[in-house]
Design a protein around this ligand. Structure first.
Ligand code: CA
Length: 262
């Protein structure tokens, strides 16, 4: 129903990186912020893949693996780029963006997020939200001052307590997970989660086996229910390691390729 699309995403199979961002700010500036977020994270991760000595932004966290620290650095840099653009350009003042980014090193996933775009994992029939929304209503629910039902009906649903570009520094949530064969990972903007319930999302991911079919159906559902906001989804399915001749050929042609396919 919207004329402009404030969501942006990037799927980069070469480095196994998946990034999604939802922008905010008047006129077309939400679009600028989310594009900047997605581009900056992708470029920084790509650069680091080619040259591990590329500068890390901010202090590294010793509890995290190298991949996660790099992703953390990428999101911090995206925050800085949006913040600088917003402070240097009066028209873009106040713009910001969410981010949810999954970066794979073989089956090990580094997951970074800021804002209310989400990551979900469907594993063996159990559906779990991996990210905690940085929104005002989600904070209320966590503190017990609002029920989930009240949060869903609230006028304050779109108020974020954390976003990229609104301050010069940002706290980034980072998670690490090992994914296994059969897992389905979903990254999505709030245009999906405000329209489609978690059980419906879970059953769609279970029913529609190919990732593209599941993604198409989720977008279709959000639009059937009103599609009030831009809707973006990325579906990643972990499939079995290819075996036999074709796999050997693939490994020979791509010596640094991951053994498992997605
Ligand atoms: Ca949105």
């Amino acid at each position: 129903m919207r004329k402009n699309n404030e969501d942006a995403f990037r799927v980069d199979p070469e480095i196994d990186l998946y990034v999604l961002s939802d922008g905010m700010g008047g006129q077309a500036h939400g679009e600028v912020a989310s594009a900047l977020a997605v581009d900056t994270v992708t470029c920084h991760c790509r650069e680091a893949k080619n040259d591990p000595d590329v500068t890390l932004y901010g202090d590294g966290r010793p509890d995290l693996c190298e991949h996660s620290n790099r992703l953390l650095s990428a999101v911090r840099l995206a925050n800085r780029r949006i913040f600088e653009a917003a402070t240097q350009n009066e028209a873009q003042e106040g713009m910001g963006a969410t981010i949810v980014a999954a970066w794979f090193d073989d089956r090990r996933m580094s997951l970074a997020h800021v804002g209310d775009s989400r990551a979900y994992l469907l594993r063996a029939g159990s559906f779990e939200q991996l990210t905690a929304d940085h929104s005002l209503v989600a904070e209320h629910v966590r503190r017990g001052t609002m029920t989930p039902q009240e949060a869903e009906a609230s006028q304050l649903q779109n108020v974020l307590v954390r976003a990229l570009g609104t301050q010069d520094q940002v706290d980034v949530d980072i998670d690490e997970q090992i994914l296994i064969e059969g897992d389905a990972l979903l990254l999505c903007s709030d245009g999906l989660t405000h329209m489609v319930t978690d059980p419906e999302i879970a059953s769609t991911l279970s029913t529609y086996e190919p990732a593209q079919a599941a993604a198409d159906r989720l977008i279709e559902l959000a639009n059937e229910y009103g599609g009030e906001d831009n809707v973006t989804v990325i579906v990643i399915r972990i499939v079995a390691e290819p075996t036999g001749l074709m796999a050997r050929l693939r490994r020979q042609s791509k010596p640094t390729g991951r053994p498992g396919g997605k």
